[in-house]
Design a protein. Structure first.
Length: 253
């Protein structure tokens, strides 16, 4: 019987293929034991029948063991929902629409239209919305499609007529009119006395005695020099042999 028991353990481990071979070995060994013992047919028959294990039973036991020890789980990921729309289309508002239409967001998951400020849209080859071109007078100066065509070229002093074309005048206040730079006014204490916007407000009217406070407004005192202080004329040094004895600054302009 020890050999039979060893064969039983081998059968449990090796599986179905070895089970058939072990059954044959058991039959031969049982027959030899019966011949040696003599007359033990009934008892031997009982032992033999007790050791007979069907392939179905072993298979069931192995299946139960695999299940209890955690076999390979079946995939749980569900397939994507079938919208029923053919390739190259998507479902929007109950209809299958082409994925190359900006009005329904190209191939994006949503059906929101492609919108860019002051610009038109197109569908790129990858299905994304893209900025096609800007409305006349606007430009995409920051290179970011999500901001659209954000610059008004006709009025933006930093991008007047073109991106990065800034308006500037020395001591002048710039403005952009119709895409062209103009000087709207001068900074306090400065004036454009030569009428040339290229050099801006070139005259320091707070200090220039020839243009004191305004263009062409000069300072003059009899027998004395003149200075301009904060846009007002003041008496300067008296000429030789002259003094300001009444302390009254009488000036002529």
């Amino acid at each position: 019987m020890p050999r039979a028991r060893r064969c039983w353990w081998i059968t449990g481990i090796a599986g179905l293929l070895l089970n058939a071979g072990c059954s044959q070995m058991l039959g031969i060994e049982e027959l030899e034991l019966r011949e040696q013992d003599g007359g033990g047919g009934a008892a031997g028959g009982a032992d033999s029948s007790a050791n007979d294990v069907s392939v179905t039973d072993v298979t069931a036991d192995l299946s139960a063991s695999d299940s209890s020890e955690g076999g390979v789980d079946a995939p749980t990921d569900a397939p994507p929902p079938d919208t029923g729309c053919p390739l190259g289309t998507k479902l929007c508002a109950g209809e299958c629409v082409p994925t190359d239409q900006t009005a329904t967001g190209c191939n994006r998951a949503s059906c929101e239209p492609c919108v860019f400020a002051h610009g038109s849209a197109i569908c790129e080859t990858n299905g994304e919305c893209a900025l096609a071109q800007c409305v006349l007078g606007f430009e995409d100066c920051d290179g970011k499609s999500d901001t659209g065509c954000e610059i008004a070229l006709k009025t933006d002093v930093a991008n007047c007529g073109a991106c990065a074309k800034a308006c500037g005048f020395p001591h002048g206040v710039p403005q952009c009119v119709g895409g062209a730079c103009q000087m709207s006014s001068c900074e306090p204490g400065w004036a454009d006395c030569n009428g040339n916007p290229a050099d801006g407000c070139e005259t320091h009217s707070d200090e220039d005695p020839s243009n004191c406070g305004a263009c062409g407004l000069g300072c003059a005192f009899p027998h004395a020099g003149a200075v301009c202080v904060s846009g007002g004329c003041d008496l300067g040094a008296c000429d030789a042999d002259y003094l300001d004895c009444d302390a009254i600054a009488s000036q002529s302009r």
